[in-house]
Design a protein around this ligand. Structure first.
Ligand SMILES: Nc1ncnc2c1ncn2[C@@H]1O[C@H](COP(=O)(O)OP(=O)(O)OP(=O)(O)O)[C@@H](O)[C@H]1O
Ligand SMILES: [Mg+2]
Length: 392
């Protein structure tokens, strides 16, 4: 019958199939949740050692998946990179490549139970302890968040509570992390923080509601909240995307100044290469849930090797250079539920070589700090990163 011969459509799944997937997912996520919700988790399960004690964070083959009713989305699949102490690491890549999910995995804020970090280690150095965040129980995590690591979220308007005054919101953060402070001390600290982020009318702003402030001011409030407890690591997820360029420059200056003042590390997530060039010491380029290239900012900007990075650089406007039309990388990111078993960029790549149709390429090392996941670099590689997973 013609009906039976109909070719299966990869983009369609029946209600029955979806139910079966949901059932399977529940089994997997319930098991992970059960393990996580145990009463007394022994310390040796989550206290660990850094590979390099100079680092603040080490991502080691991290896998964060979303178990959805239409299949498993491998949002972060085998990501490894380090954030050295006191340095800024920029994470770039197009929308949906897993930048936010990588940082949420570090904060343990991925939407559970469907989102789970199912593999790898994220080692976080607080100075006197090293925690593997992936296995750290929620109660310990609450002490790490805010005090040691904090996040400036993507959209200040949705992250601030519209019905509470600015002062109350910043006070809450400070009071929560410093239970022995008196009310007056908390208010003094809040005013200090507002001053530190460059708000002139600090007493007035203390009493205002979020809607009374401009976008730039709201972003400053978010930064004040994030820095209230002098964290060792600041995660800034697109801190300037909603702002115009002059305010953007001010906010970046502010962030840089504050970082030096409290000597913390910054993980700066953005798709604005200009921001990265200005701020970052190291750059990590992500594509479809994987790191495709990483190195110092100089290496990535002056000597990009992965065709995707080269494409990103070409698509950036340059002052003084005339072009008819800006370059755009052809094609689009593959469907995250159904990733190919070869290089994820191959179908969009204009520089393919022999071997590209093989397994997903490992991380080839071309300098002490520069790693590229591309077969083009295989010949000149001085080594290979051992822990890159080649899942097929
Ligand atoms: N709660 C969720 N459920 C299912 N899939 C999700 C969920 N959150 C994120 N994803 C998927 O994970 C992938 C990575 O998303 P992520 O938010 O990390 O992208 P991003 O790189 O931060 O993009 P942007 O630049 O737009 O912020 C996307 O394919 C997205 O669809
Ligand atoms: Mg994001």
């Amino acid at each position: 019958m013609a009906f039976n011969n109909k070719k299966k459509n990869a983009n369609y799944i029946s209600a029955k199939e979806s139910r079966a997937i949901a059932r399977e997912n529940r089994k997997i996520t319930q098991e992970i949740e059960k393990k996580r919700n145990r009463k007394h988790i022994p310390e040796e399960e989550y206290v660990t050692k850094m590979k390099n004690p100079e680092n603040c964070v080490e991502f080691d083959n991290v896998q964060t998946y979303f178990f959805t009713d239409i299949g498993t989305v491998k949002s972060v699949d085998g990501v490894s990179f380090d954030v050295p102490q006191g340095k800024t690491v920029g994470i770039v890549g197009e929308s949906g490549c897993g930048k936010s999910v990588t940082s949420l995995s570090l904060m343990q804020l991925v939407q559970r139970p469907s989102g789970q970090t199912v593999g790898g280690e994220i080692r976080f150095n607080t100075g006197d302890h090293v925690y593997n965040v992936v296995n750290t129980p929620t109660s310990v995590m609450q002490k790490l968040r805010g005090n040691y690591m904090s996040m400036i979220f993507q959209e200040p308007m949705t992250s601030l509570n519209p019905v509470l005054r600015i002062g109350e919101q910043v006070d809450e953060v400070i009071a929560l992390h410093n239970p022995d402070m008196t009310k007056d001390d908390v208010k003094t600290r809040t005013i200090q923080m507002l001053e530190m982020v460059g708000i002139a009318n600090k007493e007035g702003v203390y009493r205002m509601y979020p809607h009374e402030l401009s976008g730039g001011m709201r972003q400053r409030i978010m930064i004040a909240m994030a820095l209230a407890c002098n964290p060792r690591l600041i995660i800034a997820d697109e801190p300037t995307t909603a702002l115009d360029v002059t305010i953007q420059a001010q906010i970046l200056d502010l962030l840089r100044g504050l970082k030096d003042k409290i000597n913390s590390s910054i993980m700066l997530i953005t798709h604005d290469l200009g921001v990265v060039a200005e701020m970052a010491d190291y750059v990590v380029v992500m594509y479809a849930g994987r790191v495709v290239e990483k190195g110092t900012a100089r290496e990535i900007f002056k000597d990009p090797r992965h065709p995707y990075t080269i494409g990103l650089m070409k698509s950036k406007p340059v002052v003084g250079k005339y072009t008819e039309k800006l370059y755009s990388i052809p094609g689009s990111v593959p469907n995250p539920i159904d990733m190919p078993n070869y290089c994820y960029f191959k179908d969009r790549c204009e520089m393919c070589v022999d071997g590209c149709e093989g397994a997903y390429p490992g991380m080839y090392q071309i300098s002490p700090t520069h790693f590229v996941s591309c077969y083009r670099c295989a010949a000149e590689a001085v080594g290979k990163e051992g822990d890159t997973k080649n899942e097929q």
